[in-house]
Design a protein around this ligand. Sequence first.
Ligand SMILES: [Ca+2]
Length: 389
Amino acid sequence: MPLALVRHASVATFLIAISGLTSLGQAQAQAQAQAQGVRAEQVAGGLQNPWAVAFLPQGRFLVTERPGRMRVVEADGRLGPALPGLPAIDAGGQGGLLDVVADAEFAANRRIYFCYSEAAPSGGNSTALASATLAADNSRLNDVKVVFSQKPKFSSSAHFGCRIVEARKDGKPDGTLFLTLGDRYSRMQDAQKLDNHHGKVVRIHKDGSVPSDNPFVGRAGALPEIWSYGHRNMQGAALAPDGSYWTHEHGPQGGDEINLPQAGRNYGWPVITYGENYGGGKIGEGASARVGMEQPLHYWVPSIAPSGMVFLTSDKYGKGWQGNLFVGSLKFGYLNRIELEQPFKGKVVREHKLIEGAGRIRDVRQGPDGLLYVLTDSPQGRLLRLQPQ
Ligand SMILES: [Ca+2]
């Protein structure tokens, strides 16, 4: 069922109604050619606030738990012990061990990348990114290196961002990683300044060095890791099938956004927003547009509290779902299936709620088997596999 307050949804609903009146047989045939929904089957339970899942060979999974554990989950759902080798993690509030991704060449190099909240000796914390090698027997992390730390450290338990995406160029990994970084909640004005990493997307090489073609390399007073700025708290990021980089971010009260962050662009927070302060009241001048600031591709009012994001490339759910974007909702506890116009020119066509009632959806990924997997975020969190119905 389309969401009530999503742009274009009323037109889409109207078109469905028309097609149903004029050509019921055709509509039924179309409906049978794609999944009508999904059935969530539990792969594993007993995960404490799981945040991210990556896929290992032989049907195994690598799962992070926010309190500071990383585990291998066996194909049959058995939980392995906490992997030794993690750096010190400053867990608390929204912070802890957050995202993990496997290198595109994992089968050959066993490398993984993960991000977490890192304490400063003098107090405060920020998001850090580390790389490691998973031992061949999956028993521990080796060669752990912290390759990036968000500056400055600041005392806050909120808005760490922390989604990692391996970038691709011409269909191949280009050796760089995108990392989303939150505005730390009470440092929102920093998102408009280039001398810090609050409210930014950064782009780095896997060893932490700065790509020479980053947009602010060589600009006095700007941190060279910055890719885009003016963001709030991005807990979802994904590459589209065409290689473009997409993110979503939590708005304040209302105004969650989807963006396609481009090099050097300003995404507006906190100067422009479609949300308002918690409890009501406008933010800044209450503007939603300004020259020199990018508009989101899409926004949600009220907020759905998005987390996790993936494009479905497999045909396991039928042609109608291929190329759709999937986003978890923490607040309403469903998986959002988003149809995009084809060929894509910048419009969301329609949205659908899947697995309502499953719980706070923290992450969604496509497995090597072409099926969708989600994590539910609770002290008794679950890894679910979505079977087409
Ligand atoms: Ca924005």
